[in-house]
Design a protein around this ligand. Structure first.
Ligand code: M6R
Length: 607
C-alpha cells in the first residue's frame, strides 16, 4: 500500500519522482516525501496528507539533481506526519532510504543502535535501516547494504541512496514488490509498474533475496551473498492508456464497464474444441484423486469470489471445499497435508495475509494454486500452480472487474476438474460452456441501462443502513454487494442469508428500511420469495434483482432490476453488476471520493 519510486539518469529526478508517485496514488497513502542528491547537498521534502501538499511545498523550490528517491507512506509504525514520512536518513544525512513492508526486529535494532549513540527522530521501523547502514558503511556501499539485509527481519522493498556514492541506487526485495525500468541513459525504480509504463516497457522484476545495483547506464543484480544473478527482461504489455481513466469520471466506473472485455479475455485462452483447458496446470485424474480436501483462502472481495468458487467446485467436482479468510486461516492451525489443495485468490498477488497463508500451506505440504491478476506477483511466484485472470490493471480501491474475472476463472477451473474427474457429463459440460461464452455479451447488456440504478442510488444514498438478502449463490453476491456499498459510500450495509433473517435480523426490518433482495437462484426461488414477503410485510423498501423471465417478483415489489437469463451457477456474474453500479452512484450521491475511499488502500501488503 505504500509506493516507491527512484530515478537515476541525465534528467531532473524530481519530475519522474512526482509523476511516478502520482501514478501510485491509487495504492493509498497518508504522507509523501522525496530526497534528491544535488551534489553538494541532499534535498529532502516531506508532507503529510495528499501528494498535492508535497507539490505545494516544492512549488518554487524544485531540486535540480539527477538521482533521487520518493515514497508515499501508509502509516504502520507511528502516525502519519512529516517526520514519519519517508525517505529516512541516518544521523549525518549520508544515507537515505525508502521502504515498503515491516521490519519486524526494529525495536531490538533500535535499542542496540541507540546504545551506540544513534539519534532517532521518527517512530518508524524504517529509520532503523538508515542508521544500520551508517553503522555498516566502511567505504563500500553494496557491502554495507548486504550487511544491513543480513540483520533485518521482516518484509521489505528498499531503495537506498548515498551522498558519497552519487552514481548509484541500490535496491533490495523481500516479500514486497519492486521493479527496475530500463531507459536510455536513465533507469527507474518503482514498487509497481504503473509508475513507470509511460517511460519504459522494459523492466526487471526483482525476486525475494535479490539486490539491484542501478546506475544510469547499467543494472546489475546480486544475491545476498554478493554473487551475480542473470535476470531476464520482462516486457510490459499494458499500454499507458490502460492505466488511465479512459474518459470515465472514475477508475471504478471505467473498470465496471471493462468487465465484458476482462471476462472475455479471461475465458478465451481456456476454451478449445468446446472443452476447458488449463495448459499451465496439466492435471490428470490421479492428481485429482489424491486431493481429499480443498481450501480457498483470500481476503475481501477475493474471499467473496472464493465463496462462489466453493459452490462451483462442490457442485461440479463433488469435493468438499472450505473457504477461509486468509487472516484467520494462517493462525488457526489449519488441517492441511500433502493431500490438500489450497487455492489462494488475490487480484494484486501481493496481499500480505494471503501470501502468508500460501507460505504456511506450502510449509504444511499442501499443493498450492494461485488465482491472481498480476503476472510475476509475489503470490504468483510462490504458488506451485498459477492461473491468471485477465482483468488488466485494476486501479480503483473497490474491486469490480477482478471479482467477475475471478468468478469466471474459478467456474472454468471447476469445470476443468469436473471434466478430468468425469463428474460432469459431456452434454452438461457443453451446455455450460455455451452459457459461459455468452456471459461477456450479457454483462454488456446488464450495463446498457444504468438510469434506473442511478435513481435507486439517489434514494438509497441518503440512508444510514441497507440490508442485502439472498440464498445460495445470491447470498454470496449479496456479501459482495454490501462490501461495495460500505467501502465507497460509507453506508452501513449488511448481507444476510435470507433464511437467517428470522433468527435475529428481522428485528431491524421496520418501515422504510432499504433492502436489496436477490432472487436469481431457481433452486431456492420459492424460499427466497417467502423471505422477501417477510421483509415487505414489515414495510421495508425492497429492490429485487431477478433473472429476465421472472414474472412473479414484480407482483410483490415496486422495483425489480432484471439481468439476462443464464445457468444459475453463472448468474452471479450478472447479478453483481447492478450492485456495483448501485454502490458507485450512491457514493457519488454522497460526494465520496470513489476511487480512494477513506482508510483503505488498493493493495494491503501489511498485516
Ligand atoms: O489484491 P487482493 O485481491 O488480494 O485484495 C484483497 C482485498 O484487499 C480486496 O479485495 C479488498 O477487499 C477490496 N477493496 C474490495 O473492493
Amino acid at each position: 500500500m505504500c509506493g516507491i519510486v527512484g530515478y537515476i539518469g541525465g534528467k531532473r529526478a524530481i519530475d519522474f519522482l512526482l509523476d511516478g508517485l502520482t501514478k501510485l496514488e491509487y495504492r493509498g497513502y497518508d504522507s509523501a516525501g522525496v530526497a534528491v542528491n544535488c551534489g553538494d547537498n541532499i534535498f529532502v521534502e516531506k508532507a503529510v496528507g495528499r501528494l498535492d501538499s508535497l507539490k505545494q511545498k516544492l512549488k518554487n523550490n524544485l531540486p535540480l539533481g539527477n538521482i533521487g528517491i520518493g515514497h508515499t507512506r501508509w502509516a504502520t509504525h507511528g502516525r502519519p506526519s512529516d517526520t514519519n514520512a519517508h525517505p529516512h536518513s541516518d544521523c549525518h544525512g549520508k544515507f537515505f532510504v525508502v521502504h515498503n513492508g515491516i521490519i519486524e526486529n526494529y525495536l531490538k535494532l533500535k535499542q542496540d543502535l541507540t546504545a551506540k549513540g544513534h539519534k532517532f527522530i521518527s517512530d518508524t521501523d524504517t529509520e532503523v535501516v538508515a542508521h544500520l547502514l551508517e553503522e555498516s558503511y566502511h567505504g563500500d556501499f553494496l557491502l554495507a547494504v548486504r550487511d544491513v539485509i543480513s540483520k533485518i527481519e521482516g518484509s521489505y522493498s528498499l531503495v537506498f541512496m548515498s551522498k558519497e556514492n552519487p552514481d548509484v541506487l541500490i535496491c533490495a526485495k523481500q516479500d514486497n514488490p519492486l521493479v527496475v525500468g530500463i531507459g536510455e541513459n536513465e533507469n527507474f525504480v518503482a514498487s509497481d509498474i504503473p509508475a513507470i509504463i509511460s517511460y519504459t516497457r522494459k523492466t526487471y522484476i526483482l525476486n525475494d533475496g535479490e539486490i539491484a545495483i542501478v546506475q544510469k547506464d547499467s543494472v546489475q543484480f546480486v544475491n545476498r551473498q554478493g554473487l551475480p544473478i542473470n535476470k531476464k527482461i520482462f516486457n510490459v504489455t499494458w499500454n499507458a492508456a490502460a492505466a488511465e481513466k479512459g474518459g470515465y469520471e472514475h477508475f471504478m466506473l471505467k473498470e465496471i464497464h471493462e468487465q465484458p472485455k476482462a471476462v472475455r479475455n479471461t475465458i478465451s485462452p481456456h476454451i478449445k474444441n468446446n472443452s476447458i483447458h488449463f495448459d499451465e496446470l496439466n492435471w490428470n485424474a490421479d492428481f485429482l484423486k489424491n486431493i481429499d480436501k480443498i481450501y480457498i483462502v483470500a481476503c475481501g472481495t477475493a474471499y467473496h469470489a472464493g465463496l462462489v468458487g466453493k459452490f462451483y467446485i462442490e457442485k461440479l467436482v463433488r469435493k468438499l471445499v472450505e473457504v477461509d479468510l486468509a487472516s484467520e486461516f494462517r493462525y488457526r492451525a489449519p488441517i492441511v497435508d500433502e493431500n490438500t489443495l489450497v487455492i489462494v485468490v488475490s487480484q494484486s498477488g501481493e496481499t500480505s495475509d494471503t501470501l502468508a497463508a500460501l507460505k504456511e500451506s506450502k510449509r504444511l505440504g499442501a499443493k498450492t494454486l494461485a488465482v491472481t491478476n498480476v503476472v510475476g506477483s509475489s503470490i504468483a511466484r510462490e504458488a506451485e500452480f498459477v492461473i491468471h485472470t485477465a482483468a488488466g490493471p485494476e486501479i480503483a480501491v473497490a474491486s469490480t472487474k477482478a471479482y467477475t474475472t475471478q468468478l469466471i476463472l474459478m467456474f472454468m477451473l471447476a469445470l476443468y476438474m469436473a471434466q478430468i474427474s468425469k463428474t460432469v457429463s459431456d452434454s452438461d459440460a457443453e451446455r455450460l460452456i455455451e452459457q459461459l461464452k455468452k456471459i461477456p455479451a450479457q454483462i454488456s447488456e446488464t450495463l446498457s441501462d444504468v438510469e434506473p440504478i442511478k435513481t435507486f442510488a439517489q434514494i438509497y444514498g441518503f440512508n444510514d443502513d441497507v440490508f442485502y438478502i439472498g440464498r445460495s449463490l445470491d447470498y454470496c453476491v449479496a456479501l459482495e454487494g454490501a462490501l461495495k456499498l460500505k467501502e465507497i459510500s460509507y453506508i452501513h450495509a449488511e448481507a444476510y442469508a435470507a433464511g437467517e433473517l428470522k433468527h435475529g435480523t428481522l428485528a431491524l426490518i421496520v418501515e422504510g428500511v432499504p433492502v436489496i433482495a436477490l432472487a436469481t437462484q431457481k433452486s431456492v426461488y420459492e424460499k427466497t420469495l417467502s423471505n422477501i414477503k417477510e421483509v415487505k410485510a414489515r414495510d421495508a423498501i425492497v429492490i429485487g434483482i431477478a433473472a429476465e423471465g421472472d414474472t412473479s417478483l414484480s407482483n410483490y415489489l415496486d422495483h425489480v432490476i432484471f439481468v439476462p437469463e443464464t445457468d444459475e451457477l453463472l448468474i452471479p456474474l450478472l447479478a453483481v453488476v447492478p450492485l456495483q453500479l448501485l454502490a458507485y452512484y450512491a457514493a457519488i450521491t454522497r460526494g465520496c471520493d470513489v476511487d480512494k475511499p477513506r482508510n483503505l488502500a488498493k493493495s494491503v501488503t501489511v498485516e
